[in-house]
Ligand binder design. Structure first.
Ligand code: HGY
Ligand code: MN
Ligand code: MN
Length: 434
């Protein structure tokens, strides 16, 4: 499907219309970026116009192959590491560690077109524009996508970038299994993406990620760009509940040790914890499986993962303590056993203020309304922030919807965000941080 701009691109200022004589501002090729987004969105399509490319599935492989082809077509040096992270670097530009852009192309099972994909494809577009414009750079640019950012199939999220920065051992990652018992290692081998490069990988000079906001703030405030100040803390607790399967009709209620009931009580308790704490505390249970999951059998077991988040780590720890207290209360009252273990735990991250400031001033220079804001979602940038100056650029999500096929961002906003990323990384590649 070829994309036609409705009534022409809404340029923020004349200087966006091309490469200024004094090298101030560049503009990406909007139709080319959007076409790549639509081409990638054709892989792993689901009803409603979204994508299902869960990590290390055949659809993920197909998406990987397409993006690697685009990387090679740009003449980039493409390297694949042991966990399947892919980094493509300019070879004939500047020297020293690259200014890296990137994100992920794996999706949740009910994903949209933009989550992650926008950051990776814009990285390619930025490099292609930089090559075409002949802009002088002291450092090479790099485009990357990291394995299993979503963590839906194989917790934790940001698995690939964690291995890339040494935050998780490859051995630990490889042994992680999905609900069907398939391991990351086996699936990587099956799709042919266990690469030769070691983890941890080389630290970039800086890392900037363009991403949809996935929330309602920019749209509510009428802002076009978010200069992301950091990422809130994330805590995923796997809870295994063991009761006793029994006949749903003959077993007296007083004799039931119902793992399904215990799970339900815990789901309600998670909502209560978030509501009672207020502030930035959020919580949900999105993954829940009963065994044997049959209508006429009292559930013997339940497995769920609790997602708790907060911008403040002390408050997040308080929410975690309350969760554990609830599991003890429910175990006692329902006479079930409850075991818990963390499957993901990230402290809140603050991005390098110089990068945040650069994103903000670049957006303003492009004539775009911009506000600083934290990220509610986890991103690879928060992991790369451990090893280099990092930051993010947000663009609005219509109605704040994401992790849903209805995920949508206006094409003008996609292009505007890409122009902010372009001019931000060009400044970084010309020594802005020094
Ligand atoms: O879970 C997250 O915040 C991200 O979508 N992986
Ligand atoms: Mn994402
Ligand atoms: Mn996501």
């Amino acid at each position: 499907m070829r994309w036609q701009f409705p009534g022409g691109l809404r340029l923020a200022s004349p200087s966006m219309a091309g490469f200024d004589g004094d090298g101030q501002l560049l503009e990406i090729n909007g139709p080319r970026l959007l076409q790549r987004l639509w081409d990638l969105a054709e892989i792993g399509p689901i009803p409603g116009g979204g994508n299902n490319r869960l990590a290390l599935t055949d659809a993920d492989k197909e998406g990987r192959d397409l993006v690697v082809t685009w990387m090679r077509d740009l003449g980039l040096d493409v390297s694949i590491d042991t966990i399947g992270n892919v980094v493509a670097v300019q070879t004939d530009v500047g020297e020293g560690p690259p200014v890296m852009m990137g994100s992920h192309i794996d999706t949740v099972a009910t994903g949209g077109k933009y989550d992650g994909n926008l950051g990776v494809l814009t990285a390619l577009e930025v490099i292609e524009t930089a090559i075409e414009s002949g802009v002088e750079l002291d450092r090479p640019l790099a485009a990357a996508f990291f394995t299993n950012e979503e963590g839906s199939r194989f917790p934790p999220d940001m698995m690939g970038s964690l291995c890339y920065t040494g935050g998780l051992t490859v051995e630990e990652a490889m042994s992680t299994t999905d609900a069907d018992g398939k391991s990351v290692g086996d699936e990587l081998d099956r799709i042919g993406y266990r690469g030769p490069m070691p983890c941890p990988g080389p630290a970039p000079y800086a890392f900037v990620e363009l991403h949809i906001e996935q929330g309602p703030v920019l749209e509510r405030d009428g802002m076009r760009i978010g200069a992301v100040t950091g990422v809130q803390g994330i805590s995923w607790t796997e809870v295994n509940i063991t009761g006793q399967s029994n006949h749903a009709g003959t077993t007296p209620m007083s004799m039931r040790r119902d793992a399904g009931l215990a799970a339900g009580e815990l789901v309600v308790a998670v909502r209560r914890i978030a509501d009672e704490m207020g502030g930035t505390q959020v919580g949900t249970v999105g993954a829940l499986r009963l065994h044997p999951d049959l209508v006429n059998v009292v559930a013997a077991r339940a497995k769920l993962i609790v997602d708790l988040r907060n911008t403040d780590d002390d408050d997040l720890q308080s929410a975690e303590r309350r969760l554990l207290a609830e599991t003890k209360r429910i175990a006692e009252s329902e006479e079930v056993e409850i075991d818990t273990k963390w499957v993901a735990r990230f402290e809140p991250v603050v991005f390098d203020p110089r990068v945040v400031e650069l994103v903000e001033s670049t957006a303003s220079a492009l004539g775009l309304s911009v506000r600083r804001m934290p990220s509610g979602a986890g991103h690879d940038a928060q992991i790369l922030a451990e090893v280099c100056p990092a930051g993010m650029v947000f663009v609005p999500s219509v109605k704040g919807i994401s992790h849903n096929p209805a995920e949508f961002t206006e094409p003008d906003d996609l292009v505007a965000g890409a122009n902010v990323l372009l001019n931000t990384v060009v400044a970084l590649a010309r020594g802005h941080l020094s």
